[in-house]
Design a protein around this ligand. Structure first.
Ligand code: FES
Length: 150
């Protein structure tokens, strides 16, 4: 195994620990790459197809490398009622990416999440953890353009 994946050695090689292994990869890399799948499969002596099956079953695992600016659009109840799907559409139109994707330059990635804990500001999004609320189309696009210019 490559040195890069030394952190897996803290986990017992029993295949029942596969999810723990994948969580360790994601905690370290921010996502689970094709290369990581091969490393994890080799570590737990499992077929690659089995690791891929587990990955696709659990929504917690990300398959795309996060962008420099990771956008989380809240789709909790309060934000949904106040138009979170519109926000997703505006972002998709502005950046050319859909939920779960990263743009070609690796600048932006987009994810829908559950309540961000600031429902009074609904609808809400966060970028790298910084929260923006009371969003309308103009405000959302302005925020994205400010990040693009950074
Ligand atoms: S539902 Fe969006 S912040 Fe709570």
């Amino acid at each position: 195994m490559q040195e890069h994946y030394d952190y897996l050695k803290k986990i017992d090689k029993d295949p029942s620990n596969l999810i723990k292994g994948l969580q360790a990869v994601q905690a370290s890399e921010g996502y689970v790459s094709d290369e990581s799948i091969k490393a994890v499969a080799a570590y737990f002596s499992l077929p690659i197809v089995e690791v891929e099956g587990v990955l696709s079953f659990y929504a917690q695992f990300k398959r795309n490398k996060p962008g420099k600016f990771h956008i989380c659009v809240c789709d909790g109840t309060a934000c949904h009622i106040k138009g979170s799907t519109l926000i997703l559409d505006w972002i998709s139109t502005e950046l050319g990416i859909n939920d779960g994707e990263t743009d070609e330059k690796g600048l932006f990635s987009l994810e829908t999440v559950a309540c961000l804990g600031c429902c009074s500001l609904a609808p809400v999004l966060s970028i790298n953890g910084k929260v923006y609320g009371n969003l309308d189309r103009k405000g959302t696009v302005k925020i994205l353009r400010e990040y693009r210019a950074k």
